[in-house]
Design a protein around this ligand. Sequence first.
Ligand code: FAD
Length: 495
Amino acid sequence: MKKVVIIGGGIAGMTAGVLLQKAGFATEIYEKNALPGGQCTGWKREGYFIDNCIHWLTGTRPGSALYDLWKEIHALGDDVELYEKEMFFSSKLNGQTLTFWRDKERTRQEMLALSPEDEKEINKLMDYVTLAETMTVPVEKPFDAMNLIDFLKMGMSMKEMGKVMKEYGKLDIRELAMRFKHPLIQRAIVDYMPSGYQAYAFLVSYATVTGGNGDIPKGGSLAMSLRIWEKYKEYGGIIHTNTNVEKVVVNQKRAEGILLDNGQTVAADYVICACDTDYTFRKLLPEIYMPKGLKELYANREKYPVSSGFQIAYAVDGVFPLLTGTRVFSCNEIKVGNQSVRCMSIQSYDYEPDFAPEGKMILQTNFSQTEEDYKYWEALYKDKEAYSAVKNEIAKQAVERVTFEYPFLEGKIRVIDVWSPMTYTSYCNSYKGAYMSFVTTKQAKSITVPGVVKGIDNVLLASQWLMGPGGLPTAAAMGKFAAWRIAKKEKCSIN
Ligand SMILES: Cc1cc2nc3c(=O)[nH]c(=O)nc-3n(C[C@H](O)[C@H](O)[C@H](O)COP(=O)(O)OP(=O)(O)OC[C@H]3O[C@@H](n4cnc5c(N)ncnc54)[C@H](O)[C@@H]3O)c2cc1C
């Protein structure tokens, strides 16, 4: 039985682990943190549960290979209830509100009532959102292993997406917003995603919600990670938590195994690096082995930027149905990182009553942060006291602004946690604190990097960084592809 060692117990690493165990390999996952899941996680504070990842999980609609993969690893299952988001998000400007509802027709009517002069663009946007509902993440096999028939099949299944790309593929989100005349529609479109994203990302994200393909599994992010871990253990897999890997041991172009930071070595026939790819080639393997495709992405910081978030969790004394969903509103200026922001969001987790004690609720704010902001946090982090003071001051100002917007929260809202891009770097070794992969700007080529390491045959990569724009489906797909490559080499199949 061939032994596979997997570095990183995030979604990519655990997906590879489940599929390889199922196919008869002996695998072990080494995870530096106390819990598996990586960025797909959550934690308790003062009797509240802070869910840190899933805003929507692409692939919850039956009938796609991605859905089947989620079921196979038990991210989803007949025993897993789904929360159907009623709204994508809601944006407010000058006393008017626009909501992107799950029900597209309701959104269309709301937009038309707001701005009859934008009728043509509104109808077009909504029609293309319908086309974008057909979008799926191909997870059958690695793209470089696909033949002509595979590509034809993929092309057929995505033909409606082709029309979306033709219409919106050359615009970024800001340019999409400027197609509308009404200031609130313009603002709502730029509110939700980091600037620079291609316009189609907005359509596709909204379409996952309208198409019933982006629901939230009950229990949230950590519960999903723990289900996958259980499935992995059920197949006999072993996860070593609290175990930091120091490097991959390479001898004469073959990996012999890994070295742990306690000095212990672990022998393996294959090694899968299922952690951040920048970290992999700075710490675990010599940089010369970084695939050329990846090197180009890291070298071109303007074309392939990354983003992170500065986040705050608040406990609320009371349950206020008015706060349901994600709400974006204008606020007095706050300095967050290097930016001065004038609008902020709050997201309610009222769909999970267990996340807060009875009669109370939990809210979160996420301020999007750029690479420039990351430099600010990185420098500040060296002085822990100053870092903590700045975080607390931003949180205090955020509470003031939330209370100004929702005066009924006066005296009923308090901060229970604050975290910055540095949290992701220290928790997951994330490149510049990013929790998605490279942003797909309009100048960028589509990002797909094969998860192989030229020159070391038995090392594979599995990470969201191999395919833009990252996220959970990409992580799972890349985990599956690493397992697929090993199974193929060993002349067996993973399903
Ligand atoms: C706030 C937030 C919101 C998000 N929202 C969504 C969403 O709504 N939908 C969506 O699809 N995605 C979302 N994501 C993104 C999603 O969480 C990630 O894309 C995904 O979890 C990445 O998985 P991964 O396995 O590639 O990487 P990671 O989760 O980073 O896993 C890598 C693992 O490797 C471990 N590791 C690193 N170095 C070592 C070492 N030396 N030794 C041992 N272990 C090591 C890390 O601890 C980690 O557990 C969100 C993320 C965040 C933070």
